[in-house]
Design a protein around this ligand. Structure first.
Ligand SMILES: [Fe+2]
Length: 379
């Protein structure tokens, strides 16, 4: 396997002699990576990820490859994820703007302008992020005020899923707008129901379930809102197997945008912190959603998983051996299997390798799932 182009860039300055696994000196300290040199290295039969390489790149010295086992007590810091970065300003502005959407005195024209403005900011960030950049939803959260944060989150998740499905920029923008506006019908749900910390009574739930219908009525009065946003707000609680509401639509009878929103909406609701529950880890949320797969578009769900960082670098996970590990860095070749740091030994574990003692990982809050997995394995 030759992956030199993923590891070294033209202009990198090698900071320490680089040896192959067979102890052959490959690059001397001080070597500057040039196009001809890179060309030569491409023809060298070597897995560049497996050998230690430290470079100076744009004035910053860092290890770009290698699996050097750290010494116990000298464990390395978890690395940075390649994730989509939203500026603090954008995050705060988006939530403040979302508050305007739900303000009792906001008129529909203001709602429309606000929604378009938030959606454009979100969509631009997604469209111009690297094609491999994935989304870590926890990075986006700036408030516990669920209704506003949820509108922004679903806008971002829907846009990211649209991109992951290969949809063009216009569609990504419309997906962002549909996400931001999907729950706009909740403006007409009484606040005591909307913000009730406990479980809703049957009667209250019936009123809550009217919010897609309210959205359908209201959005048709607003100029500048896309047809996708209108369909999405009306149909985002429909399920492919016909068990959703308000109309119990089935399969292809549900618009594509609503199928996207359904996934983004449930994932965000599960991973969000509420007054009455902590937010679940992404891994746990995905596990629960797999149990609801009959309601979702399966292909969209797979694309969604690929577009997310399920195990953020620096977070803790649970191994099937019952031990806790720290996510050390992402594995671009196998996104569901990040590299883990075993704090006891200081070793870095490549979970994607079958040699890693068949270690599988769960979110830190997945103990009962782990036990179930182990039970099934022992049968
Ligand atoms: Fe909803």
């Amino acid at each position: 396997m030759n992956n030199v182009n993923q590891v070294l860039k033209i202009g990198d300055i090698i900071q320490d002699d680089v040896y192959t696994a067979g102890k052959v000196l490959l690059l001397k300290k001080g070597t500057v990576i040039t196009q001809p040199l890179l060309y030569g290295l491409e023809r060298f039969d070597c897995d560049f990820n497996s050998i230690d390489i430290i470079v100076e790149r744009e004035g910053v010295i860092s290890q770009v490859a290698g699996m050097t086992a750290p010494q116990p007590g000298n464990a390395p810091e978890a690395q940075q994820d390649e994730s989509i970065v939203f500026s603090d300003k954008l995050k705060h502005d988006a939530v403040e703007a979302a508050k305007q959407l739900f303000a009792a005195d906001a008129n529909l024209r203001e709602v429309s302008e606000t929604a378009v403005s938030i959606s454009n900011d979100i969509a631009n960030n997604i469209i111009f992020a690297g094609s491999d950049a994935r989304l870590c939803i926890q990075d986006l959260r700036v408030t516990d005020e669920y209704t506003y944060q949820h509108s922004v989150d679903v806008g971002v998740l829907a846009a990211q899923l649209a991109k992951s499905l290969g949809m063009p920029p216009k569609w990504i923008s419309e997906a962002a707008q549909a996400g931001v506006l999907h729950d706009i019908g909740k403006r007409r749900v009484p606040l005591e129901i909307l913000n009730k910390p406990g479980k809703l009574t049957d009667e209250e739930f019936k009123i809550m379930k009217l919010h897609p219908v309210f959205a359908e009525e209201d959005l048709h009065l607003i100029k500048g809102v896309s047809e996708a946003a209108k369909a999405g707000a009306y149909e985002h609680h429909e399920k492919l197997d016909g068990t959703g509401y308000p109309r119990g639509l089935k399969g292809a009878g549900i618009s594509r945008i609503a199928q996207i929103l359904a996934i983004a909406d449930v994932y965000d609701a599960l991973t969000s912190k509420r007054v009455y529950k902590p937010g679940m880890s992404s891994a746990r949320a995905v596990n629960i959603m797999m149990g609801m797969i009959g309601g979702f578009n399966r292909d969209y769900f797979v694309a969604f998983l690929k577009s997310l960082i399920l195990y953020p670098t620096g977070s803790r996970v649970l191994g099937t051996d019952g031990r806790s590990y720290v996510v050390y860095k992402q594995n671009p070749q196998s996104p569901m299997h990040p590299f883990l740091l075993d704090e006891l030994s200081g070793n870095i574990i490549d979970v994607s390798q079958s040699g890693a003692d068949n270690l599988a990982i769960f979110g830190e809050d997945c103990e009962e799932m782990r036990l179930k997995w182990q039970e099934g394995r022992n049968k």
